[in-house]
Design a protein around this ligand. Structure first.
Ligand code: ATP
Ligand code: MG
Length: 680
């Protein structure tokens, strides 16, 4: 398959499905969870809204958009000529205004907008800061003026490379306020990632910190910026201004005339800064994808459509209600789309406080998240399957040590969640009552695309269930693009435009068209394989690039991995195709184990391998048994916590050199260790 298209072009591309999951969890009454109401309270109501949103998108989106504030109304809701969408054509608005000014003007300036907790616990106590909408507005306005004073203008790209501190949120909102386009580079990336993204976006301003806290250590953010700037300057792409927030007080070098301390420029700036009226299609930000399947793509999102989409999906999926004592916490980093959409842009306009935590889930101990939930009375908890699998491995005692009864709605995002992990999340964290919203979406989609609605959708472990209101999802044959019958796996596509869709790939029109719209119907092709079940529920089967073609079966990675994870010894698993002498293609599995199995692995590796094969055979069938199994300490993941199967394919094939893009790989040592691991 050619790397840069999401639609495979070979014959017989359907994916077979073998794993069965029959459990269904009906929604519970809102009052049972202490919630005033469900926004969407039944499956019928969802179906009516969904049908209307597709039949009359103009009317539907006009109504939703009218709930927000506009400086000029739209002339037309949508202009669509695939692959180019223009939403709310002719309108002017400002995303920051809708996040902050709107609440202050509505008389809620004194309500809590943002709660932040730092990682270090000096004297055993966490550092907590709270911002009201008015305070946040003042800080954002000051920083917006400071940016302007340093020469930032509407349309300029501002690179932001920070840890999870409140000033990170302030920096994004300030850019939105003056119409500067932010490009956040996750604070865990190296200086090379900064260089790549600054070059790609022609950015001249970087906002950073002296250092960021991570598991008690200082991540040298400013030092990384300095070395990125040196590299950039060697190639004649000077960065003009670097703004430095002090956080860790670590020593850093200083470039007079280029570097400015955050406080020095903010303290002298006025807190009066009217929000810039932005055209509906003015860019709001650039953000790079995770790099799971290849070199990251610089996704462009614009103003009005993204604003309406994140506002609406956040409210609907999480059932956000102002004045209902909710405390919403998304554990993602703002460096990812999840943080952009569901820490900031979707949450603030809904007037529910959003919580930000600076550090690691196991700092200082493995119960840190549950401690935060208990102390802040968190009602909404949104995290990733990779985190859930870690919690499981760390042991239930950390959960039992805390009172989690404030929780109402749980969410997951980022990867398919194995039914095993789903069940643990439901039982241990949700006390068997909280609905789980397994939200399928992408950097490119801006917000949730396929997800349960907590008061309406019965859930099934491992399924992201039904398309979001406004989303026309289908599973099609990759060759004919015809809809496939229920039960058959194929290419997931989105047939109609939606407000939050990407508007382009930075600097690469061709890649934008080829990757996502390489078909005559103008369907959006996300690159994931999926099937509908008999109830019309969507089951994501993995990436289409990762599908394994073995003994005449095309198998999605998700099912074999879930079968492995359902064995008591296994914490996490990744499977990839490998060359096989007889079959042509075989299945290679990489598996991490529960601690008690690791201890005696040396003697038992072979018998455990045999047991796992037997287990997969029982769960799926003989043809899905892994041909090679490697036990590993950890799997190669992107910095956002996703398994990078493309790197495992090289190892499974015995390739010694990795020639692929590894800029988003979390830990290089993992690859070296995996190469040494013995096959059983
Ligand atoms: P790249 O596009 O650079 O390869 P990426 O696809 O991992 O990286 P993201 O935009 O962060 O970049 O992730 C989107 C992908 O994550 C989806 O295409 C899907 O494969 C996976 N994903 C996200 N949420 C879910 C979910 N709830 N269930 C299954 N898969 C999910
Ligand atoms: Mg992707």
């Amino acid at each position: 398959m050619t790397p840069d298209t999401n639609s495979p072009n070979q014959q017989n591309q359907n994916i077979e499905s073998f794993l069965r999951e029959d459990r269904v969890f009906p929604p519970v009454e809102a009052k049972e969870l202490g919630i005033p109401k469900w926004h969407v309270g039944s499956l019928e109501e969802y179906r009516t809204m969904h049908a209307r949103s597709l039949e009359d998108p103009d009317g539907f989106w006009s109504e939703i958009a009218s709930e927000l504030d506009w400086m000029r109304p739209w002339d037309r809701v949508l202009e669509w000529k695939a692959p180019d969408a223009r939403w709310f054509v002719g309108a002017r608005t400002n995303v920051c205004f809708n996040a902050l000014d709107r609440q202050v003007r509505g008389g809620h300036g004194a309500d809590t907008a943002l709660v932040w907790e730092g990682e270090p616990m000096p004297n055993g106590k966490p550092e907590v800061r709270r911002y009201t909408y008015q305070e946040l507005l003042d800080e954002v306005s000051r920083f917006a003026n400071a940016l302007r004073n340093l020469g930032a203008k509407k349309g300029d790209v501002v690179t932001i490379y920070m840890g999870m501190v409140p000033e990170l949120a302030i920096a994004l909102l300030a850019c939105a306020r003056i119409g500067a386009v932010h490009s956040v580079v996750f604070g865990g990336f190296s200086s090379q990632a900064i260089v790549d993204r600054v070059v790609d976006s022609s950015s001249r301003i970087i906002v950073t910190q002296d250092g960021g806290w991570r598991r008690g250590n200082v991540v040298p953010l400013k030092e990384n910026v300095d070395s990125a700037c040196a590299t950039l300057s060697d190639t004649g792409r000077d960065v003009n201004k670097v703004i430095v927030l002090r956080r860790c007080n670590n020593s850093t070098s200083w470039h007079e005339g280029r570097d400015y301390y955050w406080r020095d420029i903010v303290d002298v700036s006025s807190s009066h800064c009217p929000a810039e009226p932005m055209e509906a299609e003015d860019p709001l930000f650039l953000l790079y994808t995770s790099g799971s399947t290849g070199k990251p793509k610089g996704v462009i999102h614009t103003t009005a459509g993204y604003m309406v989409w994140t506002y609406f999906t956040a409210r609907t999926t999480f059932n956000l209600i102002p004045d209902a004592n909710q405390m919403y916490w998304c554990t993602a980093d703002i460096g990812w789309i999840t943080g952009h959409s569901y820490i900031l842009y979707g949450i603030l306009p809904n007037r529910v406080p959003t919580l930000m935590y600076e550090g690691a889930p196991d700092a200082p101990s493995e119960d840190r998240f549950w401690d935060i939930v208990e102390r802040h009375q968190v009602t909404h908890f949104y995290t990733a399957p990779t985190a859930i699998r870690s919690f499981m491995k760390w042991g239930n005692e950390h959960v039992h040590a805390h009172d989690l009864s404030s929780l109402q709605v749980l969410g997951t995002v980022g990867e398919p969640i194995n039914p095993e992990a789903w069940s643990w999340y439901h039982r241990m964290i949700g006390r068997g009552r909280c609905p789980i919203v397994d939200t399928w979406w992408q950097t490119e989609t801006g917000g949730h695309m396929i997800t349960p609605l907590p008061g309406a959708t019965p859930t099934k472990p491992g399924s992201c269930t039904l398309p979001m209101i406004g989303v026309h999802a289908a599973v099609v044959d990759a060759t004919t693009l015809e809809d496939l019958p229920k039960g058959t796996g194929g290419l997931l596509v989105i047939k109609k435009p939606w407000p939050g869709m990407l508007r382009g790939v930075q600097g690469d029109r061709d890649r934008f068209v080829r990757t996502y719209f390489d078909n005559p119907h103008g369907y959006y092709v996300p690159g994931d394989g999926a099937r509908f079940d008999e109830d019309g529920y969507v089951w994501i089967m993995g990436r289409v690039d990762d599908v394994i073609n073995v003994s005449g079966h095309r198998i999605g990675t998700m099912e074999v991995e879930s079968a492995l994870v359902s064995h008591p010894a296994v914490v996490e698993a990744a499977v990839v195709a490998m060359p096989h002498e007889i079959k042509g293609t075989g299945i290679s599995a990489f598996v991490t184990l529960e601690p008690e199995y690791v201890e005696n692995l040396g003697m038992n590796a072979k018998s455990l391998g045999a047991a796992l094969r037997q287990h997969v055979r029982g769960e799926i069938g003989s043809f899905a048994k892994p041909d090679a199994i490697r036990f590993a300490e950890s799997l190669p993941k992107t910095r956002s916590g996703k398994i990078m199967r493309r790197l495992l394919r090289d190892i499974a094939a015995g390739n010694q050199d990795i020639s692929q893009d590894t800029t988003t790989l979390e830990d290089y040592r993992v690859l070296a260790k995996l190469r040494e691991a013995e096959e059983v």
